[in-house]
Structure formats: structure tokens, C-alpha cells
Ligand binder design. Structure first.
Ligand code: GLN
Length: 559
């Protein structure tokens, strides 16, 4: 039977529970144990697939084709484990399944209630993540904040499950905020005390507190929190703001979080080594030798969570090249008016990420035209590939009005069109081409050079696709199809002949990138962006070695 770590959040949302859970996963794995991490989401949607990025941020896709919460991205980036459908459970899924059971008559005439039927369903889902696998520790992150109406059934299920598995096999970790009140010049513990009080009201006494704070927590303050919250002194852990998210496991380990967890769960007390992680990831992220400026041209650029995995994968590509990144986030709609040059001339690489709907598409196409014409490294992902195809059709092949049928059903040149399998689809939830599919790469391609493997597998999330009818015309004119899915010969990768690095793919490579193992395409993109920077400015060195100042100055610049 696995051990359980339950992570709850208090005071306010957005404290970084997902990162904390992922970091705990890293610490446990470093001890040589196997982990599974699961996110319980209290909202009623069945999954985030139908939600607007403004509501939810990025939709993270797993190998098995689940559309999940972006926290699963953190879990996969920080740990060695690969997750899937059972790792993200929502209230919508629970009710869907309980109501189906009720209709089948499974409850034998009982009145169906939140307790025990919904809570039993939650416990079953938690148990399911480790079923049939070797998992030593299951980390369960409960979404929402203590006190929310929606998260109550989840907390009740956690309380029950802890009793069922026994005190020695489960630990409750609560993430709270210790705010600094500027006028008083003091850190305040009251919100934490209240939050722990709320948890105790429903029968959960946290064993460990992770206190998010911008200032150092003194020993006195930690002792005070421990006393008021009824816990051991070394179980109050400071989780201070850090510069790179990849530092979080290091700072938590320094304070002995893994030691305290091990004590509660009766695990071997010895910490695992994070030396490689520190050397190969954190040190480079904080003090890179080189620097590049990458333009991300998208629709939701003011919301960092909307392209979470893209930004992280770019950072990984940076780390693999000892390079720090400055993101120039460009609103595609603003590019539609005026000259692309104005926004893009100081960039070393241009990336157009995935997306849906017409808004901003013409701006993305303009950015791609600029990248192609000026031989700036270009990386297109999903919609970013489709736009590259449209741009090439219009401006190289002279196909006036070429488009995707997603944006213009009557285009004279529908170079991107609905996948055949999508034609009968009516429901929008969970019906795209989702998850991992194989792809074969062509000899001599930039993609093969990056992957060093002809047969790859990547994750997908789309309904539209390159129209194979046009394949020959494109290839003859210099846009090469260098990756195809053997199932149905779907186009997966396109490249340009006459360009240093122009690669666009239908799949989402960003979901497979890790800080200590950058995705090959992101690694190569950044490598070529560095070359371009050197060409453009005569140097790719990080200015005075002082990357941080520069990063802070313009990392979030929204053009
Ligand atoms: N809207 C496009 C499609 O459905 C692209 C999807 C994406 O970028 N994820 O095919």
C-alpha cells in the first residue's frame, strides 16, 4: 500500500500549491522512491478542455489524451513520472460517474448523497492512481482554498482516507500565506492561524505548514505559528519567493521538509541528493552565460499561465544552451496593424504557439512572414504550424485567400482543413485528436537532426490538419514535409529549405520538455536563436553577466 501526502491550500489562491506538490514529488523521488501526483479540481467542468484560457490557463495534455490542469505539467517537469487520466479528477467527473451509477441502479434504492457517495467516489479515484503500479508515495493536491464550498467534499474524503490508511501512512501539508504588512513593518501570522482553524473545524489537523512569504520567517515567528497551530516546531517551513521555480525543491530541502515528511510517514530519513538538479538546472537558470530574446506571438500573452508549458520549455532550451531568455510577448492582434518589423526587429527567434479561433490569426501570419523573409529562427507549434502553411501558400505559392477552414470555410485554397475523423463530431468536450501519436521523421531534416531518432511520439490537441492534396506543390516550392504520422499520413512537421531554422509541428513538443532534459526542438531553436543574435549584435553574451537585471526589466514586456 502506498503512503499518502495530502496538500491543501489556505488564505488565498495562487500560492503555488502545484509547484509545492511537484517539488515534494521531486524530494521524494530523490530518495529513490516512486511517486504519483494527483490533482483534485473542485469545479464542475468535466475537464478544463472546454474552458477559456482566461479562466484556467493552459490545458495540459497527457500521453493518454487527457485534457488536464496545468499543474500536471509541473508534476511531469519536476519528476520522472508520466501521468494520465486518473491523475486529474474534477467534481464534474465525480458527479457524472455517480449519476450514471444511480441510473444503473447500483445504489440499490439508497438515497444518493454527498457523504458517502461522492466522498466514496473521491476515495476510489485517489486509490486508482496507484492501482496496478509500483507507487511508494501518492501526493494528492486538493484544488481551491480551505473554506470554499466546492472543496468541502474533497477535504472530507481526505479526512476519511487518512483514518482508513492509518496515521502512519498519511500526512497533511497545508500551504498558507504569511503576509508582510508594510505599514507595520511586520509579518503577520493571523491568516495562517485562521486557515488552520478552518481545517480543524472539518476534522483535519495539518502536520506540516508551508508558509509562503516574501521575507524570512524568524525562529520566533515559526515557533509562534507552531504553538498556535498545534504542531511541531520543525514542521513550520518557510516557502519564500524565489527567482526560478526550479529552486523550490532546493529551498524546501534545505529546511528539512523531506526529513519531516519522512518522520510522519516512517520513511527512511536520509535526504536524496539534488546536486545534479542544482548544477544542471538551477545554477544555469540563475547565472546563464548567454542570452537571447524570444518573441512569443499569441492571443493570451498578458496571462503567463496561458502558455505555461511553452515558456517553461523555452527556458529548458535556454538551460541546455547555458542561456537566459528574455521573452517579448507580442499580442498577435496588435501585429495586424502596422509593420511587423517594429515589434520583431530586436528578437532573435520567433515562436507562434497553439490556439483556436480567428482572433489574432492574421497577426501571427504576419510575424511568420517576417521570420521567413528575414531568416530569423522560427518555431511554430500547432496553430503556429498551420499559420506557417497558410503564409507560405499565400506569399510564396501565390494562393490568394489561402486559409484554414477553421477561419474561412469558403477559402479557395483550404490548405488546412478539418480532420476526416472530426467531421461527425458534435460535442466539444474531449473530442479533439488528443494525446500521443507516432511520427516518422525524414532523413536530412532539421527535426531528425534534433531528435536523432526517426521514430518519435508526441502529444496532440487539434481538429484541423494540413490538406494532403497540396503536399506536392508545397514541397516543390521549398516547404518540406519532414514528419508524418504513419496512421493516415497526417502531416506533423514542416520545414523550409532556404532558411537557417524554420521548423513547425502539428503536435505539442512543450509537454515533453524537462528542465534537465530540454526537448530537442526547443534546444535547437534556442541554439539557432543564439547564432542569429551573434549575427545581429556581434555577441550573444549575457550583458555584463548581469542577466537578472535585464530579465527583470523586460521579461514581462508586453508589446
Ligand atoms: N485550432 C487548430 C486546430 O484545432 C489548432 C489547435 C492548437 O493549436 N492546439 O487544429
Amino acid at each position: 500500500m502506498p503512503k499518502y501526502i495530502f496538500v491543501t491550500g489556505g488564505v488565498v489562491s495562487s500560492l503555488g500549491k502545484g509547484l509545492a506538490s511537484a517539488s515534494i514529488g521531486k524530494l521524494i523521488e530523490a530518495k529513490g522512491l516512486k511517486v504519483a501526483v494527483q490533482k483534485l479540481d473542485p469545479y464542475i467542468n468535466v475537464d478544463p478542455g472546454t474552458m477559456n484560457p482566461y479562466q484556467h490557463g493552459e490545458v495540459y495534455v497527457t500521453d493518454d489524451g487527457a485534457e488536464t490542469d496545468l499543474d500536471l505539467g509541473h508534476y511531469e517537469r519536476f519528476t520522472e513520472s508520466v501521468f494520465g487520466k486518473p491523475n486529474n479528477v474534477t467534481t464534474g467527473q465525480l458527479y457524472y460517474s455517480v449519476i450514471a451509477k444511480e441510473r444503473r441502479g447500483d445504489y440499490l434504492g439508497a438515497t444518493v448523497q454527498v457523504v458517502p457517495h461522492i466522498t466514496d467516489e473521491i476515495k476510489e479515484r485517489i486509490r486508482e492512481v496507484s492501482k496496478g503500479k509500483r507507487v511508494d508515495v501518492v501526493i494528492v493536491e486538493v484544488g481551491g482554498t480551505v473554506g470554499d464550498i466546492e472543496s468541502l467534499p474533497f477535504l472530507e474524503a481526505v479526512r476519511q482516507l487518512r483514518l482508513e490508511v492509518g496515521r502512519d501512512n498519511a500526512v497533511n501539508i497545508h500551504l498558507t500565506l504569511v503576509p508582510f504588512i508594510r505599514a507595520a513593518g511586520e509579518l503577520k501570522t493571523k491568516p495562517t492561524q485562521h486557515s488552520v482553524g478552518r481545517l480543524r473545524e472539518i476534522g483535519i489537523q495539518p502536520d506540516i505548514l508551508l508558509c509562503r512569504t516574501e521575507k524570512k520567517l524568524s525562529k520566533n515567528l515559526k515557533d509562534k505559528i507552531a504553538l498556535f497551530c498545534n504542531m511541531e516546531n520543525d514542521a513550520v517551513i518557510e516557502a519564500r519567493d524565489v527567482q526560478s521555480i526550479y529552486e523550490v525543491p532546493l529551498t524546501l530541502q534545505e529546511q528539512g521538509l523531506d526529513r519531516v515528511i519522512s518522520r510522519f510517514l516512517h520513511l527512511d530519513a536520509k535526504s536524496g541528493s539534488l546536486a545534479d538538479w542544482k548544477k544542471n538546472v538551477v545554477d544555469i537558470a540563475l547565472h546563464p552565460k548567454y542570452m537571447v530574446r524570444i518573441a512569443v506571438v499569441g492571443k493570451y500573452i498578458e496571462l503567463p499561465d496561458a502558455y505555461k508549458s511553452i515558456y517553461e520549455a523555452l527556458r529548458h532550451g535556454g538551460i541546455a544552451n547555458n542561456t537566459g531568455l528574455i521573452f517579448k510577448k507580442i499580442d498577435a492582434e496588435r501585429l495586424e496593424k502596422g509593420k511587423a518589423e517594429k515589434h520583431l526587429k530586436d528578437c532573435d527567434g520567433i515562436l507562434v504557439p497553439g490556439g483556436f479561433g480567428t482572433r489574432g490569426v492574421e497577426g501571427k501570419i504576419k510575424a511568420i512572414q517576417y521570420a521567413r523573409g528575414n531568416k530569423i529562427p522560427y518555431f511554430g507549434i500547432c496553430l503556429g504550424m498551420q499559420c506557417a502553411v497558410i503564409e507560405f501558400a499565400r506569399n510564396v505559392l501565390g494562393m490568394k485567400g489561402a486559409n484554414s477552414t477553421e477561419f474561412n470555410k469558403k477559402s479557395p485554397y483550404p490548405v488546412i482543413s478539418l480532420l476526416e475523423e472530426q467531421e461527425k463530431v458534435t460535442d466539444l468536450g474531449g473530442t479533439m485528436r488528443l494525446g500521443a501519436y507516432p511520427c516518422n521523421l525524414k532523413k536530412g531534416s532539421l527535426a531528425l537532426k534534433a531528435y536523432k531518432n526517426e521514430k518519435i511520439s508526441e502529444r496532440h490537441r487539434h481538429r484541423y490538419e494540413f490538406t494532403n492534396y497540396y503536399l506536392d506543390v508545397f514541397e516543390k516550392a521549398g516547404m518540406k514535409i519532414t514528419g508524418q504520422c504513419p496512421q493516415g499520413n497526417l502531416v506533423e512537421v514542416v520545414e523550409l529549405d532556404d532558411h537557417p531554422w524554420f521548423v513547425a509541428c502539428q503536435y505539442h513538443p512543450e509537454f515533453r520538455s524537462k528542465p534537465d532534459a530540454a526537448h530537442p526542438l526547443f534546444r535547437e531553436f534556442i541554439r539557432h536563436a543564439l547564432d542569429y543574435r551573434e549575427l545581429r549584435l556581434g555577441s550573444k553574451l549575457s550583458v555584463n553577466g548581469d542577466f537578472e537585471t535585464l530579465q527583470n526589466a523586460s521579461a514581462v514586456k508586453v508589446s
